[in-house]
Design a protein around this ligand. Structure first.
Ligand SMILES: Cc1cc2nc3c(=O)[nH]c(=O)nc-3n(C[C@H](O)[C@H](O)[C@H](O)COP(=O)(O)OP(=O)(O)OC[C@H]3O[C@@H](n4cnc5c(N)ncnc54)[C@H](O)[C@@H]3O)c2cc1C
Length: 300
């Protein structure tokens, strides 16, 4: 029986871990990976203390900080169920079952899918959801990025240094990301922005070779060797059926990171806290850990 189980090791979960370690709590971390979305970001220029750092570099600094405490961790394990039974929190994963007095859900978000013909067939065969992870595989190629918000712009800015030509296929009438990023995209000279465009199909043989798009009242197939889907994110809250969520599926928390179930806290992008940023997720993770610590002390 642990004092605390932390689900997720992105910025929120890792920061919760550092605080839990410093409070000498008996805890376990269960996470699909280490770094979470922070590792997918290209250039990060808004994490205080670093005027510039890449996502993978920041994620590895987070990991180094967390490992310093010699923590117990189940990496590559996914939580499938979380519930409270009497005074215990029961957590099931794809490999085992664990019990704890408290839990912090810091499972962040995952990429939203396009849901068009060809997407499933060409996943990881030229179609990807992570420019940071897979961008270098598309050196010198013509590629398409789907989306118009910060994630799509971040992908384009990374690909500008790698690809030959980029089609930015945006489903709405204008780009909605940060103006600084939009400026950089326009300045690059290799990006064709297609607003009000609809993706109809991904085409290819063994690998992606094109994308069928409805644009300017016409259906056309753009010849591309890579497709980056960046149309938003969905909260990883599917395993927490008993927790209250908002219409987006984000776990509702109060300012102490408490959910509707006593002893279960949540932090970061998986919650309804406004603004999804690394520094915010990290701050929320620290608060959640301190709240779990106080909760345990009040019951001792
Ligand atoms: C392309 C891109 C660029 C970005 N750029 C910036 C930027 O420049 N600046 C900035 O501040 N923010 C940026 N962000 C946002 C930022 O990365 C997120 O706000 C932040 O990572 C959220 O942290 P988190 O810990 O809440 O969740 P995540 O980073 O999503 O981490 C979630 C963790 O939970 C794990 N997990 C998920 N499901 C389960 C499960 N069922 N069981 C166990 N573990 C699970 C995952 O493996 C992961 O370790 C960017 C995001 C993206 C996608």
């Amino acid at each position: 029986m642990y004092d605390l189980i932390i689900i997720g090791a992105g910025p929120a979960g890792i920061t919760a871990t550092v605080y839990a370690a410093r409070k000498k709590m008996n805890f376990l971390v269960i996470s699909g990976d280490i770094g979470g979305q922070a590792g997918w970001s290209g250039d990060i220029e808004n994490y205080t203390g670093y005027q510039f750092i890449t996502g993978p570099e920041l994620a590895s600094k987070f990991e180094e900080h967390m490992r310093k405490y010699g923590i117990a961790m189940k990496e590559g394990e996914l939580v499938t169920d979380l519930k409270r039974v009497d005074d215990r929190v029961i957590i099931k994963t794809d490999k085992a079952q664990y019990e704890s007095k408290t839990a912090i859900v810091a499972s962040g978000k995952r990429s939203r899918e396009l849901s068009v013909p060809g997407e499933k067939e060409f996943k990881n065969k030229g179609l990807t959801y992570c420019a940071t992870c897979d961008g270098p595989l598309f050196a010198g190629k013509d590629v398409a990025v789907i989306g118009g918000g910060n994630s799509a712009l971040d992908a384009v800015l990374q690909l500008i240094k790698i690809a030959h030509r980029i089609y930015l296929i945006n489903m709405v009438s204008h780009l909605t990301g940060d103006p600084v990023m939009i400026e950089k995209v326009h300045e690059s000279g290799i990006v064709t922005v297609m607003n009000n465009a609809k993706v109809l199909e991904i085409t290819g043989d063994q690998m992606v070779s094109g994308i069928k798009v409805r644009f300017d009242g016409e259906d056309k197939v753009l010849s591309v060797g890579g497709i980056f889907v960046e149309i938003g994110l969905m909260p990883n809250s599917y395993f927490a059926a008993t927790l209250d969520k908002n219409a987006l599926g984000e776990i509702k928390v109060d300012c102490h990171n408490r959910t509707n179930i006593p002893g279960i806290f949540a932090a970061g992008d998986v919650t309804n806290v406004p603004e999804k940023q690394i520094i915010i997720a990290a701050g929320e993770g620290s608060k959640a850990s301190l709240s779990a610590f106080k909760y345990l002390n009040q019951r001792r």
